[in-house]
Write a protein that binds this ligand. Structure first.
Ligand SMILES: Nc1ncnc2c1ncn2[C@@H]1O[C@H](COP(=O)(O)OP(=O)(O)O)[C@@H](O)[C@H]1O
Ligand SMILES: N[C@@H](CCC(=O)OP(=O)(O)O)C(=O)O
Length: 386
């Protein structure tokens, strides 16, 4: 039995400036009337691509996380079965078609980004991915992300694109995670198996009984069903990001999103995104200490400025780019702030006391003008613990 998106009453979509939109295989392939072996089908993707274009026209940014490589691969080569290695091969066969598919629907250049769990766990690669994505957005491109299926197995794998989308939402500091799927939203039980299943329009926090309701498994093409969508929503929520689950097969639902109206399930974010990140910075273990002069101390405290190399007097410990470090006053040793270093300890030693314009000459490269960017920094006020 099919359940209509109309069961989900309209509610305002939280205001957003940057969103991650996740589109599942169920929206791109596997329709009953689709020609066998035809790969991807644009019937629903067209509306989703229009939503992205409308959002851009409204001055917003969208990062797309798209499944469908395996389905596209099946359209290119006749292969039965569903083993892991076969799926990896099919993903490799289909990935280029998947990108070409989105490019055909997008007025702006699309950029392929393939990620694994390992890339996001490794701080240096995490920062590199973050910077590349920010640069792509700045250039006006549409990043289209998928898991790098050919290399990702077991512990390397995020496992499903719902969880990948949540990780990407944190990575690019999105305000909203949009998950388009083939059903109206979250139901209190498996909607195709339990006629008594009720639509759930708002979730304040993701609880174990919600996971139990969503444990019924995925559709024919999908990987994780509602369970992984809830996992993703819970991860996004803990980073302060709200998640909207909606039916990407319903054109009216997709169009309403552009008007700021959601017919689907909204999972609230906990607190605000920036607060969640600053909270993390406050408590993450520090790998080193930067002692700074009074000029830098004043700039951090009065203006919430970035920490520039000129203000760094000495460096204690060994840390890598992306590690959390403590900032202390060189004179008194008092903890002033904590943040994620843009350069490793050896590099900071070399650029300390120098003007930002000299970084490139000193190191032969440059990640940015600051040692710690103000977005990656939390100032500790007198009396707060380091
Ligand atoms: N409680 C639930 N509410 C909504 N859908 C559920 C629930 N439990 C299981 N599902 C299944 O999850 C499917 C969506 O997940 P999935 O097939 O993985 O799609 P996608 O390809 O979009 O990721 C639905 O079509 C439905 O069959
Ligand atoms: N990386 C795989 C998709 C894995 C996945 O999570 O699929 P889905 O549940 O449809 O979002 C592919 O591109 O086919």
């Amino acid at each position: 039995m099919s359940r209509a998106a109309g069961e989900f009453t309209a509610q305002p979509l939280p205001s957003w400036r940057r969103a991650v939109l996740k589109v599942g295989s169920s929206l791109l392939a596997g329709f009953a009337d689709q020609a066998p072996g035809s790969g991807l089908d644009a019937r629903h993707a067209t509306g989703l691509a229009r939503f992205i274009t409308d959002a851009r026209a409204q001055g917003r940014e969208v990062v797309l996380v798209s499944s469908g490589a395996v389905a596209a691969g099946r359209g290119r080569i006749a292969a039965g079965g569903d083993g892991l290695v076969l799926r990896q091969a099919l993903a490799a066969l289909g990935q280029a078609s998947l990108i070409a598919f989105w490019q055909a629907l997008s007025p702006v250049p699309v950029a392929q980004v393939l990620l694994t769990h390992d890339d996001l766990r490794n701080r240096r690669r995490y920062l590199n991915a973050r910077e590349s994505l920010h640069e792509l957005l700045r250039l006006g491109a549409l990043p289209v992300i998928n898991e790098n299926d050919t290399v990702a197995v077991d512990e390397l794998k995020l496992g499903d694109n719902d969880n990948l989308a949540a990780a990407v939402a944190s990575l690019v500091e999105a305000d909203l995670l949009l998950i388009a799927t083939d059903i109206g939203g979250l139901y209190s039980a498996h909607p195709q198996r339990d006629p008594g299943a009720r639509p759930i329009t708002f979730v304040e926090s993701v609880t174990p009984d919600l996971f139990a309701a969503a444990s019924g498994g995925a559709g024919r093409l999908g990987t994780g069903g509602m369970h992984t969508k809830l996992e993703a929503a819970a991860k996004a929520a803990s980073a302060g990001i709200a998640t909207a689950l909606f039916c990407g097969r319903d054109d009216a639902v997709v169009q309403a999103l552009s008007q700021g109206v959601l017919h689907g399930t909204l999972v609230a974010g906990h607190g605000d995104r920036l607060r969640a990140r600053k909270q993390w910075l406050r408590h993450a273990p520090a790998s080193g200490v930067l002692f700074v002069d009074e000029g830098a101390e004043g700039a951090l405290h009065r203006r919430g400025a970035s920490l520039l190399p000129g203000g760094v007097v000495t460096v204690e410990g060994e840390f890598r780019r992306g590690d959390v470090v403590e900032i202390r006053a060189a004179g008194t040793g008092q903890p002033l702030a904590r943040g994620q270093a843009q350069y490793n300890a050896g590099e900071v030693r070399r650029i300390a006391r120098h003007h930002s314009s000299e970084i490139e000459a000193l190191l032969g490269f440059r990640y940015g003008e600051s040692v710690i960017h103000r977005d990656d920094l939390v100032v500790l006020h007198a009396g707060s613990k380091a």
